[in-house]
Ligand binder design. Structure first.
Ligand code: ZN
Length: 175
């Protein structure tokens, strides 16, 4: 039986919708893995920020903020995740990699993400005070000669935001 053009249009719309739902599920799954990392940071008394890097459908690096633990200004979740991923891949180029992070990257991390040639960044909550993916600076999305980094924000935004909010509220209560 041949499909009428109306049926074809409907089938196409249905396929597109299914692809969108599948992608949304995929992205949320990895963001939840990043949130888990943020919770590890929180347990250690760190600002709860977590990141994972995905390549070929697999998480190749997981990291969380360790600034206090390591007493290092550069120990942001994204930098630590990039370092782990480069080690794992055996290359400083992470073409095709996707980075999921609970909070919009700062200028340092956005620069590292562009330098590592990460293909896509998905972040949870915007960072109004120093976000470098459009909130304050626009280091990303980056489109250089050899690389292009796309950015998608607001993934599981409420969960990511409440992590940070609760952390600072608790801290204020303790003071
Ligand atoms: Zn950072």
């Amino acid at each position: 039986m041949k499909m009428t053009s109306e049926q074809k249009k409907l089938a196409k719309a249905k396929a597109l919708e299914e692809a969108r739902v599948t992608e949304e599920r995929r992205v949320k799954k990895y963001m939840r893995a990043a949130i888990k990392q943020a919770l590890v940071a929180q347990k250690n008394g760190e600002v709860p920020i977590g990141a994972v890097i995905v390549m070929d459908g697999k998480i190749i690096a997981r990291a969380h903020n360790e600034r206090e633990t390591k007493r290092l200004a550069t120990a942001h979740a994204e930098i630590l995740a990039i370092n782990k991923a480069c080690k794992k891949v055996g290359d400083w180029r992470l073409n095709g990699a996707e980075l999921f992070v609970t909070l919009e990257p700062c200028a340092m991390c956005a620069g590292a993400i562009a330098n590592a040639r990460v293909s896509r960044v998905y972040y949870g909550a915007p960072e109004k005070k120093g976000g470098a993916c459009g909130s304050v600076h626009s280091v990303l999305p980056h489109s250089g000669l050899n690389s292009k980094t796309e950015v998608f924000g607001g993934i599981e935004e409420e969960k990511c935001l409440s992590l940070i909010k609760n952390f600072f509220e608790d801290k204020r209560k303790k003071v």
